[in-house]
Ligand binder design. Structure first.
Ligand code: ZN
Length: 236
């Protein structure tokens, strides 16, 4: 903690907040204590060592040089202008604007490999991510109040916000209603051919269902949406 207070320099904005403490052999085999800082940039594995037994302890030359290369000189300059790590982190290393809308997190969904942000979720993003996860993977809402889940989420960050199961349930219903009207509006305004398909089948417990899908081309991609699945009252 005492050391951390010395690390008020803005340059730490660009590194993981907790450096690893290591010992390396110095002259004559005398162990030297070093702090190994990992670059905070996405995908960057660069580490910078700082020796604690020399003047290096307060100099930040190597850290600055890597940050300038990795994040750009402008980012380092802007971070310097904010003074404290907290403010620099907020203004520079977290440049992503957070709109606070539940739909924001959905818009970011890309195809292919999943990448993880180095920034923690906001409350709204957590709610959106959990709603998306539960809806897409058919998870029971009660999972959010499961002790094992809470342990996984809150280890290392005990204040992490987790919505209650009634919040998740309400969010998913809200998203569903909004998505329905968005899809309806989209289809009504669609300039092209829409192909509707129905399919009927019987579940293993002998209940007949009918599903309706629509297929169309959108921005060069074939899109197929399930519009509804209804139980068929009587099959003659
Ligand atoms: Zn880097």
């Amino acid at each position: 903690e005492r050391m951390k207070r010395k690390w008020k320099g803005y340059i730490y904005t660009f590194y993981h907040p907790d450096p690893e403490i290591e010992y390396v052999a110095g002259k004559g085999g005398v162990p030297r204590r070093v702090h190994t800082f990992r670059c905070f940039n996405k995908g960057c594995k660069q580490t910078v060592r700082r020796y604690l037994d020399t003047g290096d302890r307060v100099s930040t030359g190597n850290m600055t040089r890597h940050a300038q290369r990795c994040w750009g000189e402008d980012a380092v300059k802007v971070a310097a202008s904010y003074g404290t790590v907290e403010r620099a982190l907020e203004k520079v290393a977290k440049p992503m604007k957070i709109s606070g809308k539940l739909t924001t997190a959905f818009a970011q969904q890309g195809k292919g490999k999943i990448t993880y942000s180095t920034r923690q979720h906001t409350r709204t993003e957590t709610k959106a991510e959990i709603a998306k996860w539960m809806a897409q993977s058919f998870r029971p809402f009660a999972l959010v109040e499961d002790d094992g889940f809470k342990t996984l989420m809150r280890t290392g960050r005990p204040d992490y916000y987790i919505p209650s199961q009634s919040t998740v349930s309400r969010d998913i219903k809200r998203i569903f209603v909004r998505t329905c009207s968005r899809v309806a509006r989209f289809l009504q305004e669609y300039d092209g051919d829409l192909s509707f398909v129905t399919d009927m089948w019987t579940s293993p417990n002998h209940i007949p269902y009918m599903g309706t899908t629509v297929t169309f081309e959108h921005e060069g991609q074939l899109v197929s949406l399930v519009l509804d699945v209804v139980q068929v009252a009587k099959v003659k």
